[in-house]
Ligand binder design. Sequence first.
Ligand SMILES: [Zn+2]
Length: 131
Amino acid sequence: MEARRNERGFWFVNIPRGPHDRDSVRLWLSRPFVPAPRCPLEGQQIQAQRSALSGRWINDCPKCGRSLRAVEGAPEGVYLHPECPVRDFPFPVRGADIRRTEKGSLVLVPGKGTVHLVMIASGFRGAAHSV
Ligand SMILES: [Zn+2]
């Protein structure tokens, strides 16, 4: 599954509940369950290397190849690695529980259970549940 970040910085997983994308359940991730970025350098400033050939700065991430962004006011050759709003989120999740908030949102929180994604023949179904 993929975890995504909304514009306010909260992470969630959209769990399809039927054959249509619209019919899905949004499971919010509490902080301990926010997955690690796909590239460990995300959100960090990186001192780029100069190309020996052209003398230009190599402004691609050495680990994932993503283009780095220039940083205003930073020393020459310092670039910012963009943060990706999508991360990998694997099920099942151990040491977790699903809590329903007063507003009816589902939140993955630390707990004693294991949260599985239940699948039936027609696809994902019934959302995540904990046992
Ligand atoms: Zn990277």
